[in-house]
Structures are given as C-alpha cells and as structure tokens.
Design a protein around this ligand. Structure first.
Ligand SMILES: NC(=O)c1ccc[n+]([C@@H]2O[C@H](COP(=O)([O-])OP(=O)(O)OC[C@H]3O[C@@H](n4cnc5c(N)ncnc54)[C@H](O)[C@@H]3O)[C@@H](O)[C@H]2O)c1
Length: 405
C-alpha cells in the first residue's frame, strides 16, 4: 500500500479498513450497553497514572454504580486525589498506596474484589530504568497480582498491554491496518517491550486457572497504541523541547512513518467495555485468554506530526525533515550506545536516542480495532475532534471523562 492513499484520512475521514461508524456489529440485545458493572467491586492498579485516572473516572461515572473501586498505586498526586473526590456517587472509593511487588499488600487489595484492571507499570523507551527493577515491577509484579487473584477468588482480570509487544522489530518491517491475525516477526529485545510481552504472556496463560473457591479466572489483554490526551507526560516533554527550540517541534519521526495513537478516553473506555463483556458469559467465551489491539479514529500520521497537530493552534511550527537522513540517525544512535557501553564502568550515561527508539518512531505501524469491536463491542467513545480539543494544552483534565465537561 502506498503512503499516498493513506493521506486523505488526515482531512478528517475515516481510516481505511476501519469499521466505518461508531456502530458495532452487535445486535440490539447483545449491545454491551445492556451489560453493566452494577454491584461490582473492582481494583484498578496504576490508578494514579495517566491512563489509570481516566479509567477510574469512567468507572465512577457508570450509570449503574459499582459497589466499590479500590485505587492502587505507589503514589497519588494531590491533583489526582482531588479529581476522584469530585465524584459524589454511590460507589465507595478506597485509596491503597503501596507497591505492586508487596505480596501482603496485594492480598489485602484483592480480598473481596471480582474485577482487576491492571495498568501499573514502569514505562521506559530510553533504557533509563535498571532492567532488574523493570522486570520486578512489570513482570514479577503482574505474576504476583495474578497469584493474589487466584487466592482471593477474583474472576476477571484485564491487563493493559502495549503495541510494543508486537513491534516494530529491529528490521523496521511496517504494518498497515494490522489486526490480531497479522503475522509479524517480533524480534525487539528492548527491555520495556520484553517485560510487557512476558507480563502479557503470564496474563493470557492464567486464563482458566481454578480459583481457591473452585471458580475460574478469566483474563484478557488490551494492546494499546501510544496514548495521547489531557495530561499526557510524553506530549508535555515534547512541548518543553519545542519551546526551547523557538516554538518549532523537532522532527523525530519522518512523515511517512504512519501510526495511529489512541486517545486516553477511548483506551480507558475499551477497558470498561472489556470488563462488562467478561461478566457476560456469551461474550466472555470469545474474549478470554486473548489480546486485542485498541486504537480509535485518530487520523494516521507520524508521532511528530501528531504532536504538531495537537498543539498547532498555539502557533507552533514543525521542522520539515529529520535532523539527518534516517540511516545516518540510526548509526549515530548506535555510536551513542557504544559510547554508553564503554563508559559504563566509570559513569552511567544514557543517550537521548537509541536504535530501538529511532526504529519505533520511524516505522509505519497502524492497527485496526475491528476485532475488539466484533468481540466486545468496543467503539471509540470520543471523536478525533473531541480528542484533539480535550488534549490541547491549557485545557487540562476536566475531572469528568467528557471532553471539556
Ligand atoms: N502511555 C502510553 O503511551 C502507553 C501506550 C501503551 C501502553 N501503555 C500502558 O498503559 C499503562 C498505563 O500507562 P500510563 O501512560 O498511564 O503510565 P503512568 O506512568 O502514568 O502510570 C503507571 C502507574 O503505575 C504506577 N506504578 C509504577 N510502579 C509501581 C509499583 N511498583 N507499584 C504500584 N504502582 C506502580 C505509577 O506510579 C503510575 O501511576 C502501562 O501499563 C503502560 O505500559 C501506555
């Protein structure tokens, strides 16, 4: 497929190959709207994070109220706590501050809960975090949580996975509108991607495990695209660099490297819909033990162009080309990695770029949400225009999941 035929989407049309509307293929009585989380006690890990907060807000907004939501994170900002405080519904909210690696703490957190949404993770695209710590939190933490679920008879478990589990691989093989059946050689050895892959494996293998009370654990994983939206820490970082560069974005990805990031409200909504479907036996049998790509109707464009698109109303510009040809950039990154390796006995130097990042940012890699739509009725809750409006700097997180509410 040529890049040219993808560009018309930038004009605001529907991405090709995507189910054209915001309608799912469910029949009326199967609509997930009919399903609910009424009376459920749910644990959300990483609840103080960018995505976790949004999931919690959506759960608190549910018309048919949950009985209880436990919010687990190693730390909560005052801002996040204030946000949850605004909701005055029937759902009881409990804050659990602690570490995902603490078995006793996990046991306490899972007691009496029937649904776990596991978003807590360390994210690292530069190699800043020691591999051991990354493993302990992302892999061991997930496995400990699954064990706690089995001991505490938690029936439903949803894991926030990432597109990086798939790739792109070291060769930079592209994918256009891929789906769960698209064959791909995943060769990335980058620690964050590997840790998420292992954690996802553990989650999907745990499906069907017998709970202490004889029940069955049902799991699924949502492979999220890169997430943007209100309070997005990555976008904030790029904005800071843009301000230092006389209000012009550095072009870190070439125009042709089309990706389809997902708006935070939509990926959060996918978690809520998957949770509802896991509770409905007819739906659960389709989704348990499986992973799903979650994207939305964000036009396909490069990461750099997305940042520009989201903030251009503020008068920012973007450099037309990469700072150097892609191949040169790749070998320059390799050189920096070698320098970092040689300096290791003396000083810890982490370069600002590496081959993995250059490949990630410059490989076309787009995925359809069609299977999630078919299997559990996921349709994006917010349009691209709403997502863009909500993300614009200065608007912040409104505290409600509705854009600008
Ligand atoms: N941000 C993205 O673009 C993106 C894309 C795909 C997938 N994801 C996945 O989505 C999930 C949420 O990401 P996010 O962007 O909200 O990141 P985030 O860093 O804002 O949230 C992660 C949360 O996990 C918590 N956490 C980390 N270590 C912990 C520990 N040891 N014990 C308890 N809590 C701990 C952090 O305090 C943080 O609040 C992650 O699993 C991530 O891998 C994110």
């Amino acid at each position: 497929m040529s890049f040219a035929c993808l560009w018309p989407w930038l004009a605001g049309g529907e991405p090709a190959g995507e189910p054209s509307s915001r309608h799912s293929e469910f029949t009326t009585e199967e609509q997930p709207r009919a399903m609910s989380l009424a009376g459920v006690s749910c644990l959300v890990t990483g609840a103080g994070g960018f995505l976790g907060q949004r999931i919690v807000c959506l759960l608190l907004e549910e018309k048919e109220a949950l009985t209880e939501i436990r919010l687990l994170d190693k730390a909560f900002s005052d801002e996040a706590l204030g946000r949850f405080d605004k909701f005055k519904g029937k759902t009881e909210v409990k804050i659990l501050e602690g570490d995902i690696r603490d078995v006793t703490f996990l046991h306490r957190a899972c007691q009496g809960v029937s649904l776990v949404i596991h978003t807590a993770s360390l994210i690292d695209t530069l190699g800043l975090i020691e591999k051991k710590l990354l493993w302990e939190v992302n892999v061991t933490g997930t496995q400990l949580l699954l064990e706690a679920c089995v001991r505490c008879n938690v029936q439903h478990f949803i894991y926030t996975s990432t597109i990086e589990v798939t790739g792109p691989n070291c060769k930079g093989d592209p994918i256009f509108n891929g789906d769960e059946d698209t064959p791909y050689e995943s060769t990335s050895k980058f620690p964050y991607a590997q840790s998420k892959r292992l954690a996802e494996d553990s989650v999907l293998k745990a499906d069907g495990q017998v709970l202490k009370d004889g029940g069955t654990l049902m799991t699924c994983a949502l492979r999220s695209m890169y997430i943007f939206g209100e309070g997005c820490p990555f976008l904030q970082g790029h904005l800071d660099k843009c301000l230092l560069n006389k209000n012009v974005y550095l072009r870190f990805s070439r125009k042709e490297a089309l990706v389809n990031p997902v708006y935070v409200g939509n990926i959060a909504w996918a978690h809520v819909q998957a949770a509802k479907a896991l509770r409905a036996p007819q739906k659960a049998k389709h989704i348990r033990g499986k992973f799903y790509y979650i994207s939305d109707d964000t036009p396909h464009m490069s990461y750099a162009d997305l940042n520009y698109e989201l903030t251009k109303d503020l008068g920012f510009g973007i450099e037309p080309q990469l700072p150097m040809p892609l191949t040169v950039l790749y070998y320059f990154s390799l050189l920096l990695e070698i320098v970092s390796f040689l300096l290791r006995p003396f000083v810890r130097y982490i370069p600002s770029t590496n081959r993995h990042l250059v490949t990630l940012l410059n490989t076309p890699f787009t995925f359809s949400y069609r299977k999630a739509q078919q299997d559990f009725g996921y349709v994006p809750r917010y349009t691209w225009e709403e997502a863009k409006q909500g993300t614009a700097p200065g608007r912040g997180h409104s505290g409600q999941s509705g854009i600008g509410a």
